[in-house]
Every structure is written in structure tokens, then in C-alpha cells.
Design a protein. Sequence first.
Length: 437
Amino acid sequence: MSNLKEIFFEKSSALKTEFKALLKEHGSTKVDEVVLSQIFGGARGIKMMLWETSQLDPIKGISFRGYSIPELKELLPTGPDGKEPLPEALFWLMLVGEIPSDDQVRWLTDQWTHRSNVPEHTFKVLEALPTDTHPMTQFNIAITSMQTTSCFARRYEEGMNKSEYWDATYEDAMNLIARLPRIAAYIYRRTYHNGDHIAPDISLDWGANFAHMLGINGSDDFKNLIRLYLTIHADHEGGNASAHTTHLIGSTLSDPYFSFAGGMGSLAGPLHGLANQEVIKWIFRMIDALGTRTPTKEQIADYVQSTLASGQVIPGYGHAVLRQPDPRFTAQKLFAEEYIKGDDIIETVWKTLEVVPPILQGLGKVKNPWPNVDAHSGALLVYYGLKEYSFYTVLFGVSRALGVLAAQCWSRALGMPLERPKSVTSEWVKEFLSKEK
């Protein structure tokens, strides 16, 4: 058994035993109360699932196993130039709760390199699609097509003992994560570059090889951007739509390929991962409408007001949980300040940051007027030449695999049950309120 796998097995077995005793003693302890507005409000804020890999605080933002993004940038092993953290290192941390050593991260990089061969039929399935098929559609289809290689599905069919569910899930998670950059880059090159594909470079780490295969500006800076991007987008606790969807499907004992494909269907929604596409579209529309790439704050404010007056939202601002600027936005802003000087689009994003929050606060009904992760990512990608914003959600999806698949390993190891919340009808609500009166 590999070092990472052995550490995970020991930790998950111990926690499973601890939880069994805890639930026996405290299973009937009241944790939270549901109110009617939560029933009608998308179950917002209801505490009803266990998620080991990360936690979201409304004020402090996301933490991964207790570490903030600034702490991760200091503590996680980095790329060759020592600047940005390696996504492999974050996966190790999320899976076993320990900051990995350089040697452990090199081992994981090698593992993903060896596991990265994509089934030939997956490429054939992609080639059967029109090239103007949305990249997220292609991504989802490619993931589902690889389900034929699922270790979990095969071993379950053979009569696998439920104590081994975690093991088969781990193998699927490792294989699927290893293959995703190859698939995503293939989709990008066939969609936007006439199928002029770039072979993997197995000497590179997971994120840098992804950047290499995309073929966007071969500089080390772009590799660092992809490393950072894949790290900060990896997880956002379990309640967000893509994570929860992956968890829900996995609770039925669907294998990680089916589960993750479902999660990606959720990520493709405009209220979730597709928002990173919508932000840069809005920026481009504003620049076109104003007739300048260097708008003033006053011009931006006027355009924001006209957007709101037309009944539309300002994409990239607000969050379901956060009540402060998103630390992931801040991490990207710091990246831009270090690597990029005098870019018109990025300067416009920063001016928008100064303009939008006061306007939204002035409406009197916006709980969080601050920028989220999507407000900055598109501008960085555009700067380096990745201008095809319909591909941005695929980048998000490659990153999100790290968190949701690590979490699924934990769900299987702890024997989490089929998720089955109780629904009620509108008639039930009326009868309940009548009895309350």
C-alpha cells in the first residue's frame, strides 16, 4: 500500500471508530433548527452534511484543513521557482490533513503522471461532437465516457466488501484527477485551435503540464498562474452546488466518474461555476459600450447603475456565505500585482472593485457587496492569452476535482449513508401554519 493510501486508511479508520462512539452517545443531540424560510430558500445554511476537506467562514473565508490561503502559500511545497503552491500538495493536505513534504509531493506528481493515460475511446467520443459544442458539455461527456474504467464499478460488480469501498474510490479518484488536465487541454485545442494538440511533458508537475498542453504563452508565469488557480479553486466546503451534487450522487454508491460528472453539470450553471465566464463577458461589454479600454471610475459607476436598472446583477460580486471580500479574489489580486504591470483589463477590474461595493451597499438589501473568486480570474487568463472565456469553467472543474474527490474518499471510508432529506408539500406548510395558529 502506498504511503499516502496507508496514511489515509489509518486516519479514516480512527475517525470512523471515533464517530461511531460519538453518535452512540450524542446522536440525539440537537445541532440546529430549520425555519420555514430555509425550506423555501434552497436549504440555505442548514447544517446537514459532514465535509472534512475544507470549511467556509463568512468572515475569514475558506480554510483547507484549518489553513487559510495565505498560510497555504507559505507552507505548501511549491513549483521549481518557489513562488506558487502545487495543487498536488493541497490534495495531500485535504486527503490526510497533513502538510506534505517535498518528497511526498514528488511521489504524488509521479503517481498522477503514471495514471494520466486517457482511454482512446474518450478521444473518439469527443471527436464525434461538433467543435462548437460548449466545452463544459464536452468535459462532462468525456468524464462519463471514462466510467468504463472505474475500479469501484468493477469491484462492486465482483462483490466487493463494503469495508473496501474507500480503497476502490481512492483508486478512481487518483486516476480521474490524473487524466483531467489531458482531457481539458484536448477540448481546448480541438475547440479553439483546430485540433492542433500538444503532447504532455511528463517532466512537469500536474499544473505546469496542464499549462504546457494548453499552449498558452509558454512562460513560467503562466504555469504559476495555473498552479495558483488550481489550488484556490479546489474546494469550498461541501454545501456549494458542485460539491453537494458530487456528494449526493456518491451517497448512492455511484462511482466517482458518475459522481464527478454530475457535479460538473452543477458547476456549469450561471449561479455557480459559469459565473467566471459571465464576469469577463460583462467587462468586455462595458468596454465596448464605453468605447475605451481605460474607463474612469465615474464611467464604470454609470455602467454599473445601468446594469442594475435593467434588472441584471453585477457578476463576480456577492456570495451565498461570505460577508467579506473573497480570499481567493485577494490571492489573484496579489498575483497580478506581483507578475503584471499596467494591463488595461486588470486595471479595470481593480477600478470596478472600488466602484461596485458602495453602489451595492447603497441598495440596502445586499448582504455581501464584495468581490468573489470569479471577479478576477478571467482578467488574469485574458492577460496571458487565454481569451476564450467559454472554456473558463472547465479550468474550474479540473481544480474542483481535487476537493470533491478527496471528500468522496472520506465519505466512503466513514460509511456515510444515502442522503435523503425530507421534503414537504405547500399544502403541508399551510396545514402546519394553521395548527401553529
